[in-house]
Write a protein that binds this ligand. Structure first.
Ligand SMILES: *Cc1c(COP(=O)(O)O)cnc(C)c1O
Length: 219
């Protein structure tokens, strides 16, 4: 873990992806100084929030269903996985109930796999051009997120990250030109974070590198 932390340039945030790991394990990592943790299931996150120190910044990184937002809206810091206009509207409604502003990243579909979530780039542009998001007071779009294809082909992974970066740059020059808060690019996991940083990532999401392999049978 120390090697990982030392290899990350200043200005790149590290999300310790703690899904499937126990509160005890998370606490050990917390005691080493990490404060940003990421989870991909609503109930698991809500339980861990209750147990663990309140100065943890919780990031939600998984597919989010509208009817479950209420369980994390009181405390979640960042939602990386906004993949529809309806979801953004619903997060705004739930955040309003707690008078909080939740930072959101729009998830873009960059992988070749059909199964991954996210806006197709063309659809995203169309949606953003309506400027509908400007009327939401309780969500703040701070950037983009993407997950590369699960493959050993590093050229392909690099190309996917590059596409995401170019989309980010294009939006930064157009829709978000006067918005300094639009500055985050969440890309890179344990197996591809170095490529992601090379391609301009500002937030990497690593689980296995920090906690070791996940054991799904314990859930
Ligand atoms: C699980 C997960 C990660 C972390 O994956 P590792 O390969 O363990 O680093 C990152 N991002 C998302 C969206 C995830 O679901």
């Amino acid at each position: 873990m120390n090697d990982l932390i030392q290899s990350i340039p200043k200005g790149v945030k590290l999300v310790a992806v703690s899904k499937t790991h126990s509160c005890e394990t998370i606490r050990q990592t917390y005691n080493k100084g990490l404060r940003i943790f990421g989870e991909n299931r609503v109930h698991e996150l809500a339980e861990k929030y209750k147990e663990l120190p309140k100065d943890i910044e919780w990031h939600f990184i998984g597919h989010l269903q509208t009817n479950k937002i209420k369980h994390i809206a009181p405390f979640v810091h960042f939602i990386h996985s906004v993949d529809s206009s309806g979801l953004l509207a619903a997060i705004n409604r739930e955040a309003a109930k707690h008078n909080r502003i939740i930072k959101c990243l729009l998830q873009i579909h960059i992988a070749k796999e059909e199964t991954k979530f996210g806006f197709p780039i063309a659809e995203l542009q169309e949606y953003l051009s309506t400027k509908e998001f400007l009327k939401y007071t309780f969500v703040k779009i701070v950037g983009l997120m993407g997950i590369a294809t699960f493959t050993d082909d590093f050229v392909q992974i690099r190309n996917e990250f590059r596409t995401l970066r170019q989309t980010f740059d294009m939006l930064k020059k157009t829709v978000f030109a006067s918005d300094a808060d639009f500055c985050e690019l969440s890309m890179g996991m344990s197996n591809d974070y170095k490529i992601a940083i090379d391609e301009g990532s500002t937030i990497i999401r690593t689980g296995t590198l920090i906690f070791g392999e996940r054991d799904y049978s314990k859930l």
